[in-house]
Write a protein that binds this ligand. Sequence first.
Ligand code: GDP
Length: 434
Amino acid sequence: MSSDTIAALASGPPPAAVSVIRLSGPAALSSLAALTGGPAPPPRRLSLRTLRDPRDATPLDNALVVAFPGPGTASGEDLVELHLHGGVAVVSGVLAALTALPGVRLALPGEFTRRAFTNGRMDLAQVEGIADLVAAETAGQRRSAMALAGGALSRSADSWRSRCLDILAEAEAGLDFAEDEADVASRIDEAARDQLLTLVAELQALIADAARGQRLRNGLTITVTGPPNVGKSSLVNMLTNSDAAIVTPIAGTTRDPIEVPIDLDGVAAVLIDTAGLRDTEDAIEAEGIRRARLRAAAADLVIHLVDHWPAEHPDGGILVVNKIDLGDYAPSTDGSVHFVSATRGDGIRALRRWLADWAVSAIRPTEPPLLTHARHRDAFIDAAAALSDAAATDDFVLRAEGLRHAAHAFGRIAGRVGVDDVLDRIFSRFCIGK
Ligand code: GDP
């Protein structure tokens, strides 16, 4: 339990219809009493109260307030929410009055969630799921974030961990037979080896699926390439304007302007406009372009754009013939050649349809992959390696060591062991008030 009580704006920046300020910690309930002056509201019920600055009784707002006495709360501590009129002066006035109270200070980014983790209300994989949920831009990302936040991965990791410990216990029991009943010992040994190999196979299937999970989280990349003036920028604009492009100001998701986000039937993707990959003197822009070049080189799909037909079909990717309004071609998406006009819009809908079908078959967003984070994938790779070493050896001590190592790796998923060094990085992804 922390001794500080933390306060922060939990909703988006004012002005807004409603702004929510959260308070968590030992002084949360007394702080509410200090601002409302009256009797404590009934727990877990919204109550209308006039809030006043305790220093001079200035009225600050008429607000809906709710108190959640700990420990059965989101943070595991006493928790208060103030639902205010979402004005700049209202929010700043209430925060100033709160932080003037003894033991109350502004929260750091992710501090409410960090307390939930510390107080055992949530494990580390669930925390990562919540961060993903707040950042989710597409339905597919939301689905996989909800599975993670709901504890799907933690439950799997825990069950693998206990299978490791069961095999370890059996192997230890088998040692007692070693002297006089060698055949029993070797049968137990064989059974353990079979179980280990099954575990390794399951883990490998999961690890193989991890690339899909990371693409679902980070988005597919589609590069638009071709000679100057064939209409690359026009095509990117047309494809992204023709439907709600996902452009959000969430910290950490802002992308370079030549990388334009696009929602393909619930799958996040970015279109990289290689016309924007120019040389520049500006150091920051140059860095953005360097990164975009790297991403473009590793693209999941390349759109080769030309403005004449017939044209040679390049290896890999799809061929898009632009400016059909100048020639005599009908829009079509026959096979892997697509005919469009990026200025008039002919054929754009069909091309989007084709891209969405491609994205959905690559990602299968309705089957949330279990491994969406590099941290999780690395722990599973570590566990799989330790278990296949354990299966390969006849030496009991080495096998036991491999099993313990794998159990430890699984324990890292939920943050039960060995995660001190990653906590700061994980919680820094959150905004203040979360
Ligand atoms: P980029 O250099 O490949 O990015 O090409 P731009 O998108 O800047 O386009 C180059 C020129 O071609 C611009 O003047 C566009 O208006 C024009 N353009 C692009 N697409 C079409 C099209 O489908 N039809 C016609 N007639 N002009 C186009």
